[in-house]
Design a protein around this ligand. Structure first.
Ligand code: AHM
Ligand code: MG
Length: 337
């Protein structure tokens, strides 16, 4: 199609797919072996496959509710189990992954054969929201095995600063993949008919300020005093003559996606008694923190320490976390005693 015809028909004939993006990124690094590209390709297949199952599940559930189907007594496999299986199979068959940590698996998985990478994932985060059709997502972080390692827990019990890539795919009206390989953040949207992720948000940057906070305020009873003080102040009139707005989906991927695009602050503090947060360090806090920093934002724990510098002691460790716009995190930090 000549240029003018494609313009007249409003068809972009030169779109950047994720596969093309991955090859272009690889070509920028002469020393690249192509192994990370193969891993990213296996990941994008897992995301497409999970997206497909989530779309189907919604329909199956709806038909089930109407009473016209699903009456055979067959128990549908829960979507988090399906997501986990899809993810494990995709990583195993890629030949690039040695270690896999999944929220759904108590122990880490060590694959036979080669593979230079360790992948940490929550295959379907926010799954309690699925039946209501609310967005859920897959979160992932990638480490390269340490030098001379044959693959062990030590390859993942490392600071988040050593991750080489991280991201999430949010499954909603369509699937959105947000990815960093340590060189900024790029957003892709799945064209389900084409079966390709298309680069739709190159070089995403989070706004420096935005008067939006995103927390489960139902937990405020358990918050330390300085957190209560901070939130109380957000509800006062600000310099723009309005208090902050509250936005909370209850799916980390959806709340982080909005925070990345619009700015603001997302937090899940640890409760003051147990000192335990809810969100997991390796496959929830670290990947989201890397994305935030790469987009120009910040990510800290309840003490205001840079979360990516923390070293988890166990693969399912939890932490309190605050992430979002640089100016909003700085403001929160000024309340820490
Ligand atoms: P999950 O991994 O069991 O799905 O839990 C993580 C989810 C996050 O997506 C979300 O930010 C948080 O739990 C919501 O928790 P709460 O319902 O306590 O507000
Ligand atoms: Mg989770």
């Amino acid at each position: 199609m000549s240029d003018s015809v494609s313009k007249q028909m409003n068809v972009d004939t030169d779109i950047i797919t994720l596969s093309r993006f991955i090859i272009q990124e690889q070509q920028k690094h002469q020393e690249a072996t192509g192994e990370l590209s193969l891993l990213l390709n296996a990941l994008q297949f897992a995301f497409k496959f999970i997206a497909h199952n989530i779309r189907r599940a919604e329909l199956i559930n709806l038909i089930g509710v109407s009473g016209t189907a699903n009456s055979t007594g067959d128990v549908q496999k829960k979507l988090d189990v399906i997501g986990d299986e899809i993810f494990i199979n995709a990583m195993k068959s890629s030949g690039q992954v040695k270690i896999l940590v999944s929220e759904e698996q108590e122990d880490l998985i060590v694959f036979e054969g080669g593979g230079k990478y360790a992948v940490c994932t929550d295959p379907i985060d926010g799954s309690s929201n699925i039946d209501a059709g609310v967005s859920v997502g897959t979160i992932f972080g990638i480490y390269k095995l340490q030098q001379d390692s044959n693959g062990s827990i030590k390859d993942v019990l490392r600071p988040g600063t050593e991750m080489i890539a991280a991201g999430y795919t949010m499954y909603g009206a369509s699937a959105h993949l947000v990815l960093t390989t340590g060189n900024g953040v790029d957003g892709f949207t799945l064209d389900a008919q084409l079966g390709e992720f298309i680069l739709t948000q190159p070089n995403l940057r989070i706004p420096e300020f935005r008067s939006i906070y995103s927390m489960n305020e139902g937990n405020s009873l358990y918050w330390p005093e300085y957190v209560k003080d901070y939130i109380k102040d957000l509800k006062e009139l600000q310099s723009n003559g309005k208090p902050y707005s509250a936005r909370y989906v209850g799916s980390m991927v959806a709340d982080i996606h909005r925070t990345l695009l619009y700015g603001g602050i997302f937090a899940y503090p640890a409760d003051s008694k147990s000192k335990n947060g809810k969100l997991r360090v390796l496959y929830e806090c670290f990947p989201m923190a890397m994305l935030m920093e790469q987009a120009g934002g910040l990510a800290v724990n309840d003490k205001g320490e840079r979360i990516l510098e923390k070293v988890p002691k166990g693969i399912h460790d939890k932490s309190g976390i605050w992430l979002g716009s640089k100016g909003e995190i700085e403001k929160f930090k000024s309340y820490i005693k």
